[in-house]
Structures are given as structure tokens and as C-alpha cells.
Design a protein around this ligand. Sequence first.
Ligand code: SAM
Length: 217
Amino acid sequence: MNQAVENFRSRDYWIVENAQYAAVSFRLRKCGRIVNEMAGDRDCTLLDVGCGPAALRSVLRPNVAYHGIDIAIHDPAPYLQEIDIANDPIDFSGKHFDFVVAMGLFEYMGQQQDRKFDEIRAIMKNDGKFIMSYINFGHFRRLVWPNYNNVKSIAEMAEHLKKVFHVERYFPVSHHWRQKQPGKRSLQGLQMKVNFNIPIFTPAMAVEYFFVCSAKK
Ligand SMILES: C[S@@+](CC[C@H](N)C(=O)[O-])C[C@H]1O[C@@H](n2cnc3c(N)ncnc32)[C@H](O)[C@@H]1O
């Protein structure tokens, strides 16, 4: 399944496309919940790579200081920087972070993927965590949009991550028979708590997975 090519979209494309991520999606709410649980009450820093309109910020506790980078920033703010990471390194003024997250990004990182993992490792604090989402291209009704330039199985993605990180766990963001995020509130409540793999069901029905990684010791 492994397909990674070098056709990156420009800022002109993403400034239009990423506006649709302004509302907090199920994926971001679940990511926020995981980060908040891991952060507890301690003051921490977080970098959201490919942050889009920075919707994740609104679901984080105030003790998690939010920073975001993206190729196309809509509303400039001190905690946001516009960087095209296909051409420039992942960086935010030389800072190091307790959490680095990348939601819905690595499907678009083509052959840059492994280099971006190295850059993320370099800006993580030693006890920091990296949390990323990745589409389940093994879904039984998978949709492979032409815009994806990095299409891998979940097992392949795990192998790539393991070269740089300790992969602590990976589990479904949500399940759906049509490979879309859960719609009904009741289903969302249930799926928010399903942070484990269900044999046979998850590989065929997971929409996306979360990977929770730490630095290799
Ligand atoms: C699918 S959207 C996800 C947005 C948000 N993280 C979310 O989950 O709602 C992908 C994001 O990656 C950003 N992106 C894509 N290519 C990029 C690049 N080369 N450099 C920086 N950001 C990029 C896009 O602008 C967009 O905001």
C-alpha cells in the first residue's frame, strides 16, 4: 500500500481548504481530552503542526499553552506562525514542547514524512509526547482522495514511527461504516471512550487512528 509522492499543495490551496476545519471536530475533541488527561494540572506547552484555524486551542485546559504552525494562517496571533513545512523545518522560535500534535496532516506529507518525524523529535522535551492522527486506509469502504500524497497502512505507519519514537499505543479515533466521523451525539459519547482496538472490527471500521508516542530513550 505504501505510496508517497512529492506533489505538495500550495498556500493558495490550503487557505481555502482549511477554512472548513474552523469548527471543533470529533477528532479534535478527542485529542483535546487525551492531552488534558495527560497534562493534568501541570503547566505545559503544546505545538499543533498543521493547525489550520487553531480549533484545537478551544478544547485545551488553560494550563496547556497552545502554539500552532500552518502553511495558511487565517487570523494572525502571537501563538501562531505561518510555515510551509514541506519546504522549511518544523520549528516555533526554537522552543521545545511537552506535546506536539499533528491532526490530519501526515496524509499530506509525502516523502517528507520521516524527515518531519525527526524534526518533531528534535523539538520535543525529553519527556514530551507526540500525538498524531492518521487515516485508516484499510477501512473496508476506504476513500483515498487524490490530494493524499502519503498513503500507508496503519502497520506501515507504526513501523516508520518506531524508527524515531517509542510508540506507546495506537487506537481508533472513531469507528464508522462509511469512513466518516461519528455524527450523532450519543455515538460520539461512546466513541470518545473507545481508546482500544477491537479485533477484526477496528481494522475494518476505524476511520482514523491516534498514535501516542514518546521520545526513544
Ligand atoms: C486536514 S487539515 C487539518 C487541520 C486541523 N489540524 C484539524 O485536524 O482540524 C490539514 C492542515 O495541514 C496544513 N498543511 C498542509 N500542508 C502543509 C504544509 N506544507 N505546511 C504546513 N501546514 C500544512 C493545512 O493548511 C491544513 O490546515
